[in-house]
Ligand binder design. Structure first.
Ligand SMILES: [Zn+2]
Length: 415
């Protein structure tokens, strides 16, 4: 007997490291682990949220989606784009411009028109998708803002974005009241409950960012309280379905994070004479005329783990003056991630992956010394937990999620 494939919930816990999930005794997350297939998977490069979420939504690295970093030089408009490294960094480029770039332009202008999002792919097949708070949301349905001053945007049919865009009235509390106490995850949970109660979508992208916020402050492997709040947000979906077993009767699940997190001991302002540097967290991009000379200028910098550039279309990976593509074998999915980042048309001429323990100060001078950060090619920044329930084997990369979900709905015989 054939039946309609189960709807899918994609749970994204920002910055959750594999070790934290594997050791958790938080009840909802443990229940999913006990009922699914699990592996560690690779993120993209730079392993920073706007880049990673674009990779999850489009199924490709930067060469496919065009989002290069948290901060980058927009060659066409001759200006820096800053997606919110910190409030101080946003102030350096202008708060209003920063909000517009993060909330509107990322999808309307920066995301390549040649890329296809998971919402576009599924809705073109007649399915209904829903997204809560994920920064890569481009879809086919026009949504007017419910807050004055924001333009209409195109998103999935059911679209909820930080209390600014809401396709349906759900009664959710405001998203921004108290970030450190988990108000954004609480907003997501209220909407998730509303959607699950109504069977409101074939795909629900349930993005929970508050864990990453806590992990930056206290460092990886210490943010247990924040993970407990993410667990509560997952338990809310279970309750809306009538309990954990009833939830898995009705839904298939992907649970993962977008990137990892590393402890930070040193912070530095990365500088290259004669070049423009866009740096934040544990990755940087250098814009200038002679990539080889720019990379060589960083050979003796202890904060630099690896420099990458293209020469006659070939990838060059350089560490302390040595050049060898096999240097990338030390990192999860290193070669594909490096090449995808270098072939992103919005990337710098040289890409920099930070050395272990180091972070680059952002435009506002901010850093997370004593806490956690991410962005580099290193495994600690780049390995993510990847759990599937009712969808077969989990993918080896965050770029495999889109195809997994599309294939699930393309198969008519699954029940
Ligand atoms: Zn982060």
């Amino acid at each position: 007997m054939t039946s309609r494939p189960k709807p899918v919930v994609l749970i994204l816990i920002d910055g959750l490291t594999p070790s934290m999930l594997e050791a958790t005794d938080a009840p909802a997350l443990r229940f999913l682990l006990d009922h699914g297939s699990y592996r560690r998977a690779a993120s993209t490069f730079p392993s920073l949220t706007p880049v990673c979420l674009a990779s999850i939504a489009t199924g490709g690295h930067g060469d496919v989606h065009g989002i290069p970093h948290l901060v980058w030089w927009n060659r066409a408009e001759q200006r820096l784009v800053e997606y919110g490294s910190s409030f101080a960094a946003m102030r350096a480029t202008g708060i209003a411009q920063g909000l517009r770039d993060t909330m509107i332009n990322l999808n309307e202008k920066h995301l390549l028109s040649t890329a296809e999002t998971i919402y576009e792919a599924l809705e073109d097949d007649g399915l209904t998708t829903a997204a809560i708070d994920i920064t890569t949301y481009r879809g086919r349905t026009r949504h007017a803002a419910i807050v004055p001053g924001f333009p209409p945007v195109y998103g999935p049919k059911r679209f909820f974005f930080y209390s600014v865009y809401e396709s349906d009235p759900t009664g959710a509390p405001l998203a921004f009241l108290s970030r450190s106490l988990g108000s954004i995850d609480a907003y997501a949970a209220a909407i998730g409950r509303w959607l699950v109660t109504r069977d409101g979508s074939d795909l629900l992208v349930y993005y929970l960012p508050d864990y990453d916020y806590a992990s930056h402050a206290v460092g990886p492997d210490l943010a247990h309280e924040a993970l407990g709040r993410a667990d509560d947000a997952v338990a809310t979906l279970f309750a809306a379905a009538g309990g954990p077993d009833a939830f898995l009767e009705r839904y298939a699940v992907v649970l993962c994070s977008d990137h990892g997190q590393s402890p930070i001991e040193h912070a530095t302002r990365l500088e290259v004479p004669g070049a423009l540097v866009a740096a934040s967290n544990r990755a940087a991009m250098v814009y200038g005329d002679d990539p080889r000379a720019l990379a060589a200028a960083l050979d003796d910098d202890p904060s630099v783990g690896m420099t990458l550039f293209l020469e006659n279309g070939e990838l060059v990976a350089r560490h302390a003056g040595d050049e060898d593509p096999s240097l990338l074998d030390a990192f999860p999915d290193g070669h594909a991630r490096a090449l995808g980042a270098l072939r992103n048309p919005n990337s710098g001429d040289v890409l920099v992956s930070a050395a272990p323990g180091w972070e680059f100060r952002d435009l506002g001078g901010r850093h997370h010394r004593g806490g956690g950060s991410h962005g580099s090619l290193e495994a600690s920044d780049s390995e993510v937990p990847m759990l599937t329930v009712g969808l077969g084997d989990p993918p080896a990369s965050i770029t495999g999620i889109k195809q997994l979900v599309v294939d699930h709905f393309a198969s008519p015989t699954k029940s």
